[in-house]
Ligand binder design. Sequence first.
Ligand code: SF4
Ligand code: SF4
Ligand code: SF4
Length: 322
Amino acid sequence: MSTQWVLKTKGDPLGAVHRFIGAAWQAAGLEALVVPTSAKGQEHVLTDTAGLGEVNPFQPLMLMNTAKIIPEVLKDLKDGRIGVLLRPCEMRALLQIAERGVIQAESLFTLCVDCLGTFPEDELEWRAARKGSKNGLTGEALQFAPQGGISAYRYRAACQMCVSSGATEADVNIGILGLPVRQMVLVDVKNGGLDWMAITDGKADPALTAKREVMLAKLSERHTRTRERVISGLMEVLPADVEALLDQFENCGACQICMDACPICTVEYPRQVKGRYRREDVITWLASCVGCGMCEQSCPKSLPLSIIFTHVKQQLEQALML
Ligand code: SF4
Ligand code: SF4
Ligand code: SF4
């Protein structure tokens, strides 16, 4: 059973979320927190709360799927309880990795944030230059959280088609979508056993929870419509089935950059036989795809991998192979 709590933001939602994560960190007795980075070279692992000020899970930029590094990070952090702060597609990847027995998700303290969507890196740089700072873009994105976000058509294709941009699967899910974030954000707690009353501003009004659920449903419909529209527009050029996708990979030669960027391949790399990927490995990969789009973001041929993989996955589902 989950419980819903509220954080009063007093015009500064990012600051309120920082304070809440700091308080949850102390209450849960974490040794470290793995965080998404919003700039190249920024540290992914914080060992004290002082670094939280630099963490911005709402920045409309995703440089990598943070779940990808968690198995390695956990090898170095064997003692104490570890927290992870993730976006929804990173949380989905973490659960896929845990399903393979590489990590124990239940031993982690998981926090997830609603995601407003992310820009391609060059688009973000261009917008930041016009705005004067990247932080300004976060403020702009958060301003439109009550409407479910802005600039949807400029976001990465994966974000425009995201299967779920709402935080729902972590121990602690921080909700902003559909909410008046300059006044308050929602904290939906599934597990964690902490004194939530002490580290939040009290129980949430059920109307607030309902408002967010309505927005999550709207966004899900919007993303489904986008997926269908894009697939139908590209039908002529998309690989017809998994064999055609294997042909595509054969044409790619030695390049494996999309797999190197993928959080699923980190723990289960598709194998090759005589230069061709094994059909069953690629089917398993696609079945576990969490739709983060990091493959597409890294492809040197700029192939629309988000939609290619979604389409082939749908073909497999229709053929009842998944
Ligand atoms: S794919 Fe979804 S969860 Fe991931 S960054 Fe895009 S909108 Fe956010
Ligand atoms: S295949 Fe692409 S979209 Fe799917 S999980 Fe891997 S990187 Fe993300
Ligand atoms: S990154 Fe692009 S070019 Fe490289 S293997 Fe993947 S699909 Fe082919």
